[in-house]
Write a new protein. Structure first.
Length: 441
């Protein structure tokens, strides 16, 4: 490294954000993730024994994915290489592989390759890694905020361990803030900072489990607040509110959070909880989710989970879809809220949903039944000669527009698919069917 490059590196290190300067370098300094790093847990054992295998750290931003990779690098006798999926391509991968092979040949040393944001690698780039991971030329460690089961090739994923990282807890964020305020070399210890409990509580809450947001917001507050006459930097609740980094819902319309949120929304409607329904709806609207996507899910829930317990729910849901399509957003949020709350508060029955599933299972797994002769089409010339329609009874010719006759194939005479519940309007349906069937007896 020449003198100018060294000077640049020193300047970058000196002016790095607080979150980078406070990055732990050992397991002992690391805060959080006790489910994998606690005494005797998997990663703790693997690092201490220097038995690292290929793995993917999967979790929200600011939870320590890159930091863990750096700790492993500091704790192992292996060579360490780092690539970013944002800026690297197949050429960069090949260069790393070449160095890894040379390390094995000349020094009998294996190489850890850390790839940040590995989900951004396309299929060709991921395929380029596969044979070298399989042969053990490199130990691959990836970091991603996206669900690797969606974003990483199955062949590559099958050769790696997926290690989930959780959002940092409130106590974790508190410890991180306290360490930064005390550390005089890397942190803010050289400043005389007096921060109120309310400000710390707010910072912990608004960081939402993201240590990077907490530290960098704290640094802005300290550096932008003038000292008082005694040289003390006083940070109260209003100060920290002005300095907090913008908090946005963690939501990627094509990723894991998207599916988790829509799942919570649907399950809240199914569970008859209008408050939870509106919360998840608000999260999706705030994140810019396609309103027609939301409306389609309301329609599905109205049919699958409400069904004939309240047939009006499906009409409300379809009307909401059409209304949103016409008026758009932001007014569409009102329509979506009305429809979602209606579905959430409606009586529930999945009898139709279960019935079609059971019928489909029979169709797919059992011999297909033949259409009874009296139900076959008799509208074309010559149909009568085949016996089509013979013996068919037209229900409207009978009292209450009902007459007993066979509608199922001979092979399925005892099949029962629709079992109405006692919920809402479906109770009326059940009573009507019971009366009709009782008359048959």
């Amino acid at each position: 490294m020449d003198l100018f490059t060294l000077n640049m590196e020193n300047q970058l290190k000196k002016n790095a954000p607080l979150a980078d300067r406070m990055r732990p370098s050992t397991i002992e300094e690391f805060v959080g993730q006790k489910h994998i790093l606690g005494e005797g847990k998997f990663l703790d054992r693997a690092i201490k024994a220097d038995r690292i295998t290929s793995m993917i750290f999967y979790g929200p931003p600011g939870t320590g994915k890159t930091t863990l990779a750096m700790i492993i690098a500091n704790s192992t006798n292996m060579k360490f290489e780092k690539l970013s999926a944002v800026t690297s391509g197949v050429k960069d991968i090949r260069e790393v592989i070449h160095r890894a092979e040379e390390g094995l040949k000349l020094y009998n040393k294996r190489t850890i390759l850390f790839i940040d944001e590995i989900h951004r690698f396309n299929k060709a780039q991921q395929d380029a890694l596969l044979p070298f991971v399989e042969r053990g030329i490199i130990i691959l460690i990836g970091a991603t905020t996206e669900n690797p089961y969606f974003e990483v090739n199955k062949a590559l994923l099958s050769r790696m361990m997926v290690i989930p990282l959780k959002p940092l807890g409130k106590k974790d964020i508190y410890d991180i803030i306290l360490n930064a305020l005390k550390d005089e070399d890397r942190g803010l210890g050289k400043y005389k900072v007096n921060i109120s409990d309310e400000a710390i509580d707010y910072l912990i809450t608004i960081s939402d489990g993201d240590g990077r947001i907490a530290l960098n917001s704290l640094e802005i507050a300290v550096l932008s607040t003038p000292r008082d006459n005694e040289g003390i930097i006083n940070i109260d609740l209003d100060t920290i509110k002005e300095c907090i980094l913008v908090k946005s819902a963690k939501y990627d319309k094509s990723g894991d959070e998207h599916y988790d949120t829509i799942s919570a929304f649907i399950k809240s409607m199914r569970g008859s909880d209008p408050d939870a329904t509106l919360y998840w709806l608000a999260k999706m609207i705030n994140a810019g989710e396609d309103p027609k996507f939301i409306a389609r899910r309301i329609i599905i829930c109205a049919s699958e989970d409400v069904g004939n317990a309240d047939p009006q729910a499906l009409m409300v849901a379809v009307a909401a879809f059409n209304a949103v399509d016409v008026i758009g957003m932001p007014e569409g949020r009102i329509v979506l809220a009305q429809a979602a709350v209606y579905v959430a508060c409606a009586p529930k029955s999945n009898a139709s949903y279960m019935g079609i599933n059971k019928a489909l299972e029979d169709i797919r797994n059992k011999p297909i039944g033949k259409v009874p002769g009296h139900l076959k089409d008799a509208s074309y010339k010559g149909a009568a000669s085949f016996g089509h329609g013979k013996g068919y009874k037209y229900p409207h010719d009978y009292k209450n527009a009902y007459v007993k006759q066979q509608y199922l194939p001979d092979e399925y005479l005892d099949a029962k698919y629709y079992c109405p519940t006692n919920n809402g309007y479906e109770k009326i349906i059940k009573e009507r069917l019971s009366k009709l069937f009782d008359k048959e007896d």
